[in-house]
Design a protein around this ligand. Structure first.
Ligand code: HEC
Ligand code: HEC
Length: 408
């Protein structure tokens, strides 16, 4: 029986016997397996067997992901990094971590959890810009001074490893129960977790066109954000891009505060903003009105440009700006008698071919030509361009064109 068949079988028998409540089937999502649990003694559940499912995830990434989701990473064994950063994102909550006191204060400030997507090349980390700092300079604990770098900047691995070790020593440890020297997760697990963290991507930009051409409004947004700035009643406009700087929309060592300017990538995917969520306070009428609508992200982020309509096109910058994927990524096209001459096909197909030629995506074609099935992922003798040419010449044959993966 195929693994899929086994799974269905497992599910079926699991469901059938659930009335007896003596057993359970559990999908282990991170390991990608299914376990059968014997519950005849509910106080002592026993794993009787585990079915491993096919998993194309590269091994180092998977090992790191397991460490990231592992509750053994906390001294109480009750939570993991993923508890606050589900799927590498943010829980959209405020926490008081054991972080340095901001200069001038007497207590640690609460902080909103940051997303862990796109960490590569955005060191140093945390709102305060202290952990994993390859540059040195001021930071929130040393606003007017100059701290030396605390990691060697020759590789992004060093900066991220610094945060991993730091979090295991503080956030994950009750009191001073962990020293951070391997008592919570060993060297290997820390290494793979760092690899995993550096590889967490942003999802493809929500509204990027498959031609990779920005809409006029998004171009206006880029210009407003990076060149013209927002009018805020001062002699000089506030040019966001001076600090939320291209290409990743981040910068460090902000004069006067030592804070890190966070990225705007994925802004459409989180509604708690600013290091202390100071706008997301239900007692503010302006926030209550937005909350009652379900907190549409755009409405919330608009507050940061004082809700000025002139500046609104920067939202299109966010929706269309690259997060690392070509706009052709994950598009799919069926060519047949009906679709071959439709405008969408005529525009999408050359865009897919151009992206594939630039190696921004890997294109896969499945075609039925003269009754014979071809799959570019399997057969090497038929090239993609031949298949597409044949499908174009004879659209009665069916072809499916699918970009599989890639970077931009
Ligand atoms: C209790 C909730 C919580 C847990 C558990 C947690 N974090 Fe965080 N994480 C946060 C908060 C809050 C911040 C922002 C901290 C700050 O700026 O002071 C943060 C920030 C980060 C950042 C900075 C991201 C950036 O863009 O600068 C990284 C990296 C990170 N965490 C990694 C981890 C790792 C690795 C673990 C597990 C070893 C972990 N976190 C466990 C709440 C948590
Ligand atoms: C002088 C540098 C600087 C400029 C210019 C700047 N910012 Fe920021 N921004 C920061 C820093 C630093 C932070 C981190 C939080 C803080 O200091 O409050 C931040 C945080 C933010 C956040 C929170 C993001 C999140 O992930 O929660 C928003 C929203 C924001 N800025 C909007 C803007 C807008 C809109 C403009 C332009 C009109 C702008 N900023 C211009 C430095 C800057």
């Amino acid at each position: 029986m195929s693994k899929w068949g086994l799974f269905l079988e497992a599910l079926r028998s699991g469901l059938m016997r659930r009335e007896l409540q003596s057993e359970a089937w559990v999908l282990n999502a991170v390991e990608n397996s299914i376990s059968h649990i014997d519950l005849s003694d509910p106080g002592k559940p026993v794993v009787t067997s585990t079915i491993k499912l096919d998993d194309p995830t590269p091994a180092p990434f998977k090992r790191g992901r397991i460490a990231f989701n592992n509750a053994s990473a906390s001294s109480t064994k009750t939570f993991s990094c993923a508890s606050c950063h589900p799927d590498g994102h943010t829980d959209q909550l405020l926490w008081v971590l054991k972080t340095p006191i901001v200069s001038g204060g007497s207590q640690i400030q609460p902080r909103s959890t940051m997303p862990l997507r796109g960490l590569r090349d955005t060191a140093p980390f945390h709102w305060d810009g202290i952990p994993g700092d390859p540059y040195g300079g001021n930071n929130s604990a040393n606003v007017r001074g100059h701290s030396p770098p605390n990691v060697d900047g020759s590789s992004p691995d060093n900066a991220i490893r610094n945060v991993v070790d730091g979090a295991l020593k503080s956030t994950m440890a009750l009191g001073d129960s962990a020293t951070g020297n391997g008592d919570l997760l060993d060297r290997n697990e820390r290494y793979y977790m760092s690899r995993f963290l550096l590889a967490i991507p942003y999802p493809p930009a929500q509204k990027r066109a498959f031609t990779n051409v920005l809409s006029k409004r998004a171009v206006d947004g880029f210009e407003l954000f990076h060149i013209k700035g927002n009018h805020e009643g001062k002699p000089q406009p506030n040019v966001c891009g001076d600090c939320h700087r291209m290409p990743f929309l981040v910068s460090t060592n902000t004069p006067g505060s030592g804070m890190d300017a966070p990225t705007w990538r994925g802004a459409y995917d989180r509604f708690l903003i600013l290091p202390q969520g100071r706008l997301n306070i239900i007692d503010f009428d302006f926030y209550r009105n937005i909350a009652e609508k379900g907190i549409p992200e755009k409405d919330l982020w608009r507050l940061s440009w004082r809700s000025k309509p002139r500046f609104d096109p920067i939202w299109e910058m966010v929706l269309e700006g690259s997060t690392g994927y070509s706009g052709t990524f994950a598009r799919q096209l069926t060519l047949n008698r009906k679709t071959a001459n439709q405008r969408l096909a005529l525009e999408l197909l050359p865009a897919l071919e151009a992206s594939a030629a630039e190696e921004a995506i890997v294109l896969q074609v499945e075609a039925l030509l003269d009754g014979k099935r071809h799959d570019s992922a399997i057969s090497k003798e038929v090239t993609i361009s031949k298949l597409i040419k044949a499908a174009r010449a004879s659209p009665a044959n069916n072809s499916l064109v699918t970009p599989k993966k890639g970077n931009f």
